[in-house]
Ligand binder design. Structure first.
Ligand SMILES: [Zn+2]
Length: 657
């Protein structure tokens, strides 16, 4: 039903449905997904907040972890029906810049360790319960010297409790049909107890061996290496052979799994779902190849999962909204309630993370989500346009999708940190979902689209291709994007990043023009002397639109722009609107024809009575994108008679000649 928010104008005649009518929708539609996608931030926070001295290291702001996880071998014998588990983890760790004193592991409370040792040194083991997890702390004696490595071996066994955590989520679900084992259940979550919130990418590789009764199907995170039978045991081997952050999710599924092949892909690609098959399963399969091809086109390269790719529908009952990890995308069927277009779009978002976050990780996910959530959000919007609205004007479609996000930012994001945190900045500890969404998803995607218009589509596309080549399995920071954008465009992109990536600016630019023979003389004025590039749109008497990218110098820039027909209007691309306050030099001239006249009122009169209501950052989905902020003269987020009267008072104003 929310498809109306995405449909072309003709289909948006109905008012968007009220979110208040549906208890399911009262929280953010993406709420659970956002929660999951920031869960690497939350697990260590819950550990730090726990009232267990062992688990509560003295909090040191900006503590930098010395833990570098190099390689993990997981050998897990599991009965998915009973949860009886016997496993061994071998973890090779290295100390980076300073001595490494401890390593911690969190896993299902029903499992217990059976003696832990490390090569070349003693270990002191402490443990505590943090339901539904058991947390084991291993102190190394002596601590590892900088640059030195050791292998910690931890056998553990017992019966999985698969208990429900505060908030209702589970980390595992036993059963014969579709059993589910996530990170922190059979796979220990590894962290540095001295700096649990530090996420500098450590580039961990893993080998996973799962041994289950032969009757079960089994799928795990990673690329499938082999599946063999040993008597009544099925041995399934999976590999994460490229560096991955230790906090990225691990999963295993076993039982009588629903399995459907996804056609049209070179790599064996399988859709995995809980039986019985639902119509939505065929839909998800049919969306998978287009989504995967789209994210590959965007990134300019093929996904590197040649041996296998697993795409999973999670049942709503697990409370796991989904995520993407190495060779595996997961999404809850609870998103089906949003209607097929948005479900497909969310599927594209998660699959986009196979690149943006997995193959191409950020150096530090606490510093910025520009090239993970930002790229995934930009890709989902681009995907929906390409799949469902290709006949629409693309610029106007994109501007309409970003408009509600921009209004949400204006209303609720005034004191939001910039997209890239600079030295000494932290995300606030109480950063709730709504503000995290504005920061990690909205501002980043808007900034990337603004960058795309600034650079031009082709240059932006080349920048992404280079970024992927350079950052593939290596953590990159937004500075690398800036460097590549500068190289590819031949312009210094530092001013762009200073305005919109490491700060939150919305500079005002005044546009004026005088029609001239063969074009227009255009004047652009802003209040500072830093460079900026805008895509200008010339509206011509023959109905055509001509686009010209113009570099603005200090303060006022004057330029002659050629056009094949008389120029009636000069405006900026509406895709700049969220981040640049572009106005006509003539007050009240909303259509940028250089005059304040009846046409400006005509533009706004049909919108009288509209108001912009943001419901918990759901702006992306449920607001009326036809709200035109330029018609809201007094900026109170309602278009009313006052606004029209203010416009009428400007009547008859003409450009200075
Ligand atoms: Zn995401």
């Amino acid at each position: 039903m929310f498809a109306s928010a995405l449909a072309p104008p003709a289909a948006t005649a109905a008012e968007p449905p009220s979110i208040a009518d549906d208890p399911l929708l009262q929280s953010h539609l993406l709420h659970r997904l956002v929660e999951r996608e920031r869960s690497p931030l939350l697990v260590p926070q819950s550990i730090r907040h726990a009232q267990v001295p062992l688990l509560r290291p003295p909090y040191v702001a900006h503590a930098v972890s010395a833990l570098d996880c190099e390689h993990a071998t997981h050998d897990i014998t599991l009965d998915p029906e009973t949860g009886v588990t016997k496993a061994t983890l071998q973890l090779q760790v290295k100390a980076t810049h300073s001595p490494l004193a401890s390593v911690s592991f969190a896993f299902d409370a029903g499992l217990e360790t059976e003696g832990i040792w490390a090569t070349d040194r003693k270990v002191i083991v402490g443990q505590a319960m943090l339901a539904p997890m058991r947390v084991v702390r291993v102190d190394l004696d002596p601590p590892l010297a900088p640059g030195a490595s050791t292998v910690i071996t931890m056998p553990y066994a017992g019966t999985l409790s698969c208990a429900t955590a505060d908030g209702g989520s589970i980390t595992c679900s036993k059963g014969a049909e579709f059993s589910y084992f996530a990170h922190q259940s059979i796979f220990p979550y590894v962290f540095d107890p001295e700096a649990p919130e530090d996420f500098v990418l450590d580039g961990l590789t893993r080998d996973i061996v799962l041994r289950v009764p032969a009757v079960h199907d089994v799928v795990a995170t990673g690329q499938k290496i082999s599946e063999t039978l040993d008597g009544s045991t099925k041995i399934s081997r999976w590999s994460i052979d490229k560096p991955l952050s230790r906090v990225v999710g691990l999963y295993a599924f076993a039982g009588k799994l629903g399995l459907l092949p996804v056609g049209g892909r070179t790599a064996p690609t399988t859709f995995i779902f809980p039986s019985p098959e639902k119509p939505i399963d065929r839909d998800l399969v049919s969306w998978s190849t287009p989504a995967l091809e789209f994210v590959e086109r965007t990134s300019g390269s093929r996904l590197p999962f040649d041996r296998s790719l697993s795409l999973v529908r999670l049942p709503q009952t697990f409370g796991d909204p989904g995520t993407a990890t190495f060779g595996m995308t997961l999404l809850s069927d609870s998103y089906a309630r949003m209607g097929n277009i948005l479900y497909e779009e969310t599927w594209a978002h998660e699959n986009a993370h196979l690149f943006w976050g997995v193959v191409v990780p950020e150096t530090n996910s606490n510093e910025s989500r520009l090239m993970s959530e930002g790229m995934a959000t930009l890709t989902e919007i681009d995907y929906t346009f390409a799949r469902h609205f290709p006949a629409e004007d693309r610029d106007l479609y994109l501007a309409r999708r970003f408009l509600p996000m921009g209004l949400d930012l204006r209303v609720s994001g005034k004191d939001l940190p910039p997209a890239q945190l600079t030295a000494g900045m932290d995300l606030p500890q109480d950063f709730r979902t709504r503000r995290y969404t504005l920061w990690a998803y909205y501002r980043t995607a808007i900034t990337l689209d603004h960058l795309r218009v600034t650079l031009g589509e082709d240059v932006f596309s080349n920048v992404l291709t280079d970024y992927v080549a350079r950052c593939r399995f290596v953590g990159c920071r937004p500075d690398v994007l800036r460097e590549i954008a500068s190289e590819k465009s031949g312009k210094d992109m530092q001013p762009f990043f200073e305005r919109w990536v490491t700060a939150n600016e919305r500079p005002r630019v005044l546009v004026g023009f005088i029609p001239a023979n063969g074009g227009a003389d255009v004047e652009l004025t802003k209040g500072d002397d830093r460079p900026m590039t805008l895509e200008l749109w010339l509206g011509l008497a023959n109905g055509a639109r001509v686009k010209r990218r113009v570099d603005l110098g200090p303060h006022t820039t004057r330029i002659r722009l050629d056009a094949p027909a008389p120029v009636l209007t000069v405006a900026a691309s509406p895709r700049h609107d969220v981040l640049v306050d572009v106005r006509s030099l003539v007050d009240g001239d909303l259509d940028f024809d250089g005059e304040t006249d009846g046409f400006d009122v005509l533009r706004c009169a049909p919108l009288v009575g509209r108001r912009y209501d943001s419901v918990g950052a759901t702006g992306l989905w449920n607001v009326d994108e036809r709200f035109d902020p330029r018609c809201d003269a007094n900026g109170d987020l309602a278009i009313d008679d006052q606004d029209l009267a203010a416009m009428a008072a400007q009547f008859g104003k003409l450009r200075a000649r």
